[in-house]
Design a protein around this ligand. Sequence first.
Ligand code: ZN
Length: 158
Amino acid sequence: MVDRLRLPRHCEACGLRLQATDEHSIETILPKRNTGRAYTLGDTIVLPDSAVSIRRSGFRAGLRELERLDDLWFLLLWQCPECGADNGLSLRILESVLVAAESATLGRAALCRAHFLDQEIGNGEVQRIYRRVYPDEDGDIVELMQLEWMLEDLCEGR
Ligand SMILES: [Zn+2]
């Protein structure tokens, strides 16, 4: 059994609200060791020992500077079972405890707060955020931008 997160969340696109039940849990690769359990707010989640191991387990580094490994924000992606839209889920793990879980708009704030991003968050998702933040930018140019450049513009300004 894979580890799961059992957290309430809602879809930005259609407004669907999901309760924190097993049925609506999402698979996670966050913990250092897979124990097959479902984690919820307040639970201990032991992460891999280093930033490199966290990345290797399936995350890309966000633009936010890593100051301490015992206080991290993650941005995960989940798909709405009703309308199929991609949504964000921001998690804060402080001293190995899941202290915050916010069903977040997949937008600039959630993106720039994260130390680690779900690997599923790729160019397509970040381009959508970029176009919302910079609606005047030439679409052809955005199409060619690398994810790191977009993150820099979004999080540090341009
Ligand atoms: Zn939806």
